[in-house]
Design a protein around this ligand. Structure first.
Ligand SMILES: Cc1cc2nc3c(=O)[nH]c(=O)nc-3n(C[C@H](O)[C@H](O)[C@H](O)COP(=O)(O)OP(=O)(O)OC[C@H]3O[C@@H](n4cnc5c(N)ncnc54)[C@H](O)[C@@H]3O)c2cc1C
Length: 439
C-alpha cells in the first residue's frame, strides 16, 4: 500500500489527525496495534457496566475551538453535568479545589492553611521566597506550608509516585489551579467559591463511554484505519518510509508517530547510543484502573481525590454512573478507582484479585460502598503509559530525542509522542495545528 501520510497509533491523536488531514484532501492511513482504536480513551462494557479503561475521562477545555469540535462530533450522544468533586480529608469530604473548601476543614487546620498562605504571600511579595527549584518547592511557594502539607504534597506524592523534589515545575501553569487570594479568604470564612471553572461543567457521552468520542471522530475516516497492525520496523529511503508489522509493508511519503517514544525508537535503525539513553531516561507512570459495579447507590459525587495513604491505594475514585445513567444497569451504580504504579513496585507485582480485594476493603472502610455483598461486578485494566513524569532532566532528554526524530523526518504528535502532559483537548489541538486547521 502506498499513501501520502502514515499515522502510527490509532488513539485519540491518531484518529483526529487522520480526520483533519483527510478533510484537507490528503491521502492517509492509520496503523493501530490493537484490534480496536482509542488507546487510553477506550471503554469496556460488560454485564451492563461501561468503564473507561484508561481511568475516568470527562470532556472539558479552555480551548473553545476544540471543545466545540468534541461537542459537535458527539451530537446527541452527550450529557452535561455540573462538577461535584471532593477531597477526602481526615474522614470528611472537602470541596474541590481544596483552596475553595477551606471552610470545611477542622478549625486548627483552617487556621494553619490560611495563616501560612498569608505569611507566604507576604514573604513572596517582599522577595523572601527564592524561586522554586523543583515541584515540591513550587507547591509550598504557591500555596504556603498549610495547604501544601495538608493536601497538595500528599496528593501529588500519591499520584506521581515519584519524589516531588526531583520533579520539574515548568509544566504546572494552567494545570494546577492557582488560587486568587480573594477566593482563599472567601473560602476561609465560608463564602462559596468555584475554582478551576472551565471544568465546573463537563460532558460525557450518553452511550459507549469516552470511546464513543473516538468513534465519532473516526466515523468519516474509518476505512483508512488498519487495526491489528503492530508497527515493528520503520525504514526511510529516498524520501519514502516503509512501515512494517513484520508481515505487511505500508509505504508513505510522510510519517507521523503518535505512539510512545519508548515504542517508536526500537522500530528505527541505527539509533545513536546517546539518543537511546536519553529516551530510556524519560520517566512515565503506569495506571491500574479498578472497576466496581454495585447494586444500589453510591455517593452523588463526580469524583473524589484521596491524598491519604491510609484511606486506600488509589489517588482518585470516580463515579461513572453519575456521568451517564446508561453506564450501569437500572438500580445499579459504579465506582472506578485509579492507582498509579511503576514496574517493580508493590502494585505491579499484585495479581488482579488481590488489587480488587484491596480496593473493595478500602471503599468499604471509607463508606463509598455499603458492603461487599453489594458488589456485583469487578474488573481491572492496566495501562503501561499513562502519565508523563517531568523529572529534573526531562527537558535535556526530550530535546535529544526530538532532535533525532526531526533529523529522521518523523513528526511527533500526541501525549506520549510529544511526551507532554496533554489532555484530550491538547491532543486534538496538536492534531489541528499539525494539519494546519484554523478552528
Ligand atoms: C488516568 C487518566 C485520566 C485522564 N482523564 C482525562 C480527562 O478527564 N479529560 C481529558 O481531556 N483527558 C484525560 N486524559 C488524557 C487522555 O487520555 C490523553 O490525552 C489521550 O487519550 C492521549 O491520546 P493519544 O492518542 O495521544 O495517545 P494514546 O491513547 O496512548 O494512543 C496511542 C495509540 O498508539 C497505539 N500503539 C502503540 N504502539 C503501537 C505500535 N507499535 N504500532 C501501532 N500502534 C501502536 C496504542 O495502542 C494506542 O492506541 C486522562 C489520562 C489518564 C491517564
Amino acid at each position: 500500500m502506498d499513501v501520502k501520510s502514515a499515522i502510527v497509533g490509532g488513539g485519540l491523536t491518531g484518529v483526529s489527525l487522520a480526520r483533519f488531514l483527510h478533510e484537507r484532501g490528503e491521502d492517509v492511513v492509520v496503523l493501530e496495534r490493537e484490534p480496536c482504536i482509542g488507546g487510553l480513551c477506550r471503554s469496556r462494557t460488560e454485564a451492563g457496566f461501561t468503564f473507561d479503561i484508561g481511568g475516568s475521562h470527562i470532556i472539558f477545555s479552555r480551548d473553545t475551538g476544540v471543545l466545540s469540535f468534541m461537542r459537535t462530533v458527539l451530537g446527541e450522544n452527550r450529557e452535561e453535568r455540573t462538577r461535584n468533586t471532593k477531597i477526602l480529608y481526615k474522614g470528611s469530604y472537602v470541596k474541590y479545589p481544596f483552596e475553595n473548601g477551606l471552610f470545611q476543614l477542622p478549625k486548627d487546620d483552617l487556621f494553619f492553611c490560611i495563616n501560612e498562605f498569608i505569611q507566604n504571600l507576604i514573604a513572596v511579595e517582599t522577595g523572601r521566597v527564592p524561586p522554586p527549584r523543583n515541584f515540591a518547592e513550587w507547591i509550598t511557594a504557591t500555596f504556603g506550608r498549610g495547604i501544601a502539607g495538608c493536601y497538595m504534597l500528599p496528593y501529588n506524592r500519591k499520584i506521581w509516585n515519584f519524589p516531588l523534589e526531583n520533579m520539574s515545575h515548568h509544566w504546572v501553569d494552567g494545570r494546577i489551579p492557582r488560587p486568587p487570594v480573594e477566593d482563599i479568604i472567601r473560602s476561609a470564612i465560608g463564602i462559596e467559591t468555584e475554582g478551576y471553572t472551565h471544568q465546573a461543567v463537563f460532558s460525557y457521552p450518553v452511550r459507549g463511554g469516552i470511546e464513543a468520542l473516538i468513534h465519532a471522530i473516526a466515523e468519516p475516516i474509518s476505512r483508512y484505519i488498519m487495526t491489528g497492525f503492530p508497527v515493528s520496523r520503520i525504514r526511510e529511503e529516498n524520501g519514502t518510509f516503509t512501515i512494517s508489522d513484520g508481515r505487511r509493508d505500508v509505504k508513505a511519503d510522510r510519517l507521523i508517530s503518535t505512539i510512545p517514544l519508548q515504542i517508536l525508537l526500537p522500530c528505527l535503525e541505527n539509533v545513536p547510543d546517546n539518543v537511546q539513553a536519553a529516551c530510556d531516561a524519560l520517566k512515565y507512570n503506569s495506571l491500574c484502573s479498578v472497576f466496581i459495579g454495585v447494586k444500589g447507590k453510591v455517593p452523588e459525587f463526580s469524583w473524589v481525590y484521596i491524598p491519604e495513604e491510609e484511606a486506600g491505594p488509589f489517588n482518585r475514585i470516580s463515579f461513572p454512573s453519575g456521568y451517564s445513567t446508561r453506564t450501569a444497569p437500572p438500580g445499579h451504580a459504579s465506582v472506578l478507582a485509579e492507582i498509579t504504579f511503576n514496574e517493580g513496585d508493590a502494585i505491579s507485582r499484585m495479581q488482579d484479585p488481590e488489587i480488587i480485594d484491596h480496593v473493595m476493603q478500602a471503599l468499604e472502610k471509607i463508606g463509598i460502598i455499603p458492603d461487599r455483598n453489594a458488589v456485583v461486578y469487578t474488573g481491572v485494566e492496566r495501562q503501561k503509559f499513562a502519565y508523563v513524569v517531568y523529572d529534573l532532566d526531562y527537558r535535556k532528554n526530550i530535546e535529544i530525542v526530538r532532535e533525532f526524530c526531526s533529523e529522521r523526518k518523523i513528526s511527533l504528535v500526541g501525549r506520549f509522542a510529544q511526551f507532554e502532559y496533554l489532555n484530550m483537548d491538547g491532543c486534538i489541538r496538536s492534531a489541528m495545528d499539525f494539519a494546519g486547521l484554523d478552528r
